[in-house]
Design a protein around this ligand. Structure first.
Ligand code: ZN
Length: 631
């Protein structure tokens, strides 16, 4: 962003106003609803997370983890979104039961944390740096808001309002208050949601306090450690860059530290910029975006390369086999970009949102919705597989809540404009320029680039339709009621702006050219030198061993290789594969030789690439996104 005005210009269409009916997404959303969400409840039950809410822990029993409440909260949030679009009395009742336990676990002063209350009540708020108390509170707040908006019930909303009200008495700049803020960001964006749901400015003020106080000196985490009797210099992660608290947020120019924390912080900064009209947050947000997208983002939308800090390392360090790329971090990137799009309808943000959503997020769950990746590497020797659950189970419920709320990401509504950010077949009932507009989107995206939008209006209405022209698309054509529209002069930040008086029954058709492309990495990405990745439309492709006649490491792609897209309805739930000629290094003649002066012969073979999100859903085997180029 270059200018210094800021406002939340485009708000998401309400979840219940958008009905998704899409060949690509509907099966994934159904798996989320019928498999993932019930599995998550069951895992919360059998692992003791729900029992821990009874707060009857006794010494000698397994200790409820200090982040367990967040897993329950994210399940409540996901299940609530599901109710908003798919009423389900049994799920509704199950939610009520869990919420009753949460309400009963709340302390008289409003505090709510099953670990601290049962295990170490004397240590409340003594280790914000490491122990996720405010992070769990944030997820509970998001859950309370989601449940209220989906069902109209105030049961959990009232609990989290009391909790947030209590937190506001503990933290702040008044005498007797702690100048603390969370080690793991999350509550900041949650408080903005609570402000929007209730209209109470004190929640927005608390969010702004947490963001503004971050990284100030004297450093709160030093003081807190000393108060605990710990040596601040003995901090396990050495630097407060780990939690983005090394500097005040307005001085931050580079993405750093733990990736999920970073994405949640930047999301809150974008929220606050819009709600407070705080333009001083725009320059850091833009710098952070640029640093991420030009130095530190995987082609899959994966974020955070290293397991050691679950986060960033050095610029251009993007290893494939050991890529961390936590599912939650790509989800956090979707959250951040969604908020940037609300500030400014700019295709740069939508492109990154889409890249993460269709690749690094979607790979996080199996096609049937029952197994999950925590890490999403871009290459595998065949030993990396999705799991049923994790001890640290942040990713499964995070993907559940994102997929269950996907309808919020498709359309943005402004004062006199509707933005179409994502091409997903759906029906939306929106209000723009004071008038009700029904918008029917028909598309085969992401398998084909044809989109039709049909408008149902009670009477003619003047507003702008802003249609995203994806960054990967080099040729697009648009027509209104069959008449071609010249796109020259109508593009604004990669959105095609069609402003006119729309008539009932108007139809807009968009054709997005979607060729197969070989994508190169920056020359300083050492791991991708002399390699290309295959991309078609929003989807990044990979090669899996099960589809090839030669071991993956022997395969080379010719620079001019023609790969043919073909829809295969029986494969992986129906995918477009890319098939074509490649070359395989021949091991003939190498039986008794490890090194020799002559290069191996190259033999023509046929390769088949599948979308990256769908890998590891068949026979276990090696996988790679980046392929060496022959010659
Ligand atoms: Zn996670």
């Amino acid at each position: 962003m270059t200018d210094q005005t800021v406002r939340r210009t485009f708000t998401p269409a309400p979840l219940a106003a958008v009905a998704i009916d899409d060949a690509f997404w509907t099966p994934r959303l159904a798996a989320n609803r019928t498999q993932t969400i019930p599995i998550e409840y069951e895992q919360c039950r059998i692992t003791g997370r729900i029992d821990a809410l009874h707060q009857q822990w006794q010494p000698g029993q397994p200790i409820p983890h200090y982040f367990w409440d967040s897993d329950i909260a994210k399940w409540v949030e996901a299940a609530s979104y599901s109710l908003a679009t798919h009423p389900d009395p049994a799920l509704d009742a199950q939610l009520d039961e869990v919420i009753a336990l949460l309400a009963a676990a709340q302390q008289p002063d409003g505090y709510l944390n099953s670990h601290y209350t049962a295990v170490e009540p004397e240590n409340r708020w003594t280790n914000l740096r490491d122990n996720h108390e405010l992070y769990c509170a944030g997820h509970l707040i998001e859950a309370g808001v989601a449940h209220y908006l989906a069902t109209g019930k105030r049961t959990l909303l009232d609990v989290v309002r009391r909790y947030a009200g209590y937190i506001a008495t503990v933290f702040g700049r008044e005498p007797g208050q702690k100048r603390g803020y969370p080690g793991h960001e999350e509550i900041e964006l949650a408080l903005v949601k609570l402000f929007r749901a209730t209209g109470e400015p004190r929640y927005l003020a608390l969010a702004a306090y947490f963001v503004d106080e971050r990284g100030q000196q004297p450093h709160y985490f030093d003081q807190e450690a000393i108060a605990r009797g710990d040596d601040p210099a003995a901090y396990h992660f050495k630097s407060y860059r780990y939690s983005q608290s090394h500097a005040p947020v307005r001085e931050q120019q580079e993405v750093t530290g733990h990736a999920v924390r970073a994405m949640y912080l930047y999301s809150a900064m974008a929220d606050l910029a819009g709600e407070m009209g705080d333009a001083t947050l725009l320059a850091p947000l833009e710098a952070l975006w640029r640093h991420l997208c030009t130095r530190n983002l995987y082609i899959t939308g994966g974020v955070g390369v290293s397991a050691a800090n679950e986060g960033f390392t050095q610029d251009y360090d993007l290893p494939n086999l050991s890529a961390y790329a936590e599912t939650c971090a790509s989800i956090g990137l979707v959250f951040w970009m969604h908020r940037m799009l609300q500030l400014r309808c700019d295709g740069r943000y939508a492109d990154v949102l889409e890249r993460a959503l269709y690749n690094g997020v979607l790979s996080g769950v199996s096609l049937d919705g029952t197994r999950f990746f925590y890490e999403n590497p871009l290459a595998s020797r065949g030993n990396h597989h999705r799991q049923a659950w994790f001890d640290c189970a942040c990713c499964p419920p995070n993907i559940a809540r994102l997929l269950a709320s996907l309808g919020e990401y498709i359309y943005g509504v402004g004062d006199d404009a509707i933005a179409v950010h994502l091409y997903i077949q759906s029906q939306a009932a929106l209000t723009v320029a004071g008038q009700r507009v029904e918008l029917r989107q028909t598309t085969r995206y992401p398998w084909a680039g044809d989109v039709t939008l049909a408008l149902t209006l009670p009477q003619p209405a003047h507003f702008a339709l802003r249609l995203r022209i994806p960054g990967w698309c080099r040729r697009a054509a648009v027509s209104v009621n069959g008449v071609a529209v010249d796109m020259e002069g109508r593009l604004d930040r990669r959105y095609l702006v069609l402003a006119r008086t729309w008539q009932p029954g108007d139809r807009i058709t968009l054709e997005l050219d979607m060729p197969v492309e070989q994508i190169h990495a920056h020359p300083d990405v050492a791991q991708d030198v002399n390699c290309v990745a295959l991309q078609r439309g929003p989807l990044v492709y990979c090669l899996e061993a099960v589809d090839q006649v030669a071991p993956l490491h022997r395969i080379r792609l010719a620079a001019d290789a023609a790969l043919t897209p073909q829809f295969e309805g029986e494969l992986l739930g129906g995918v477009v594969t890319l098939t074509g000629q490649a070359l395989a290094a021949d091991a003939a003649g190498w039986e008794n030789v490890l090194y020799r002066a002559a290069a191996p012969a190259l033999t023509p073979i046929t390769v088949r690439a599948v979308p990256y999100y769908a890998w590891d859903n068949r026979a276990a085997g090696a996988m790679t996104v980046w392929l060496p180029v022959a010659g």
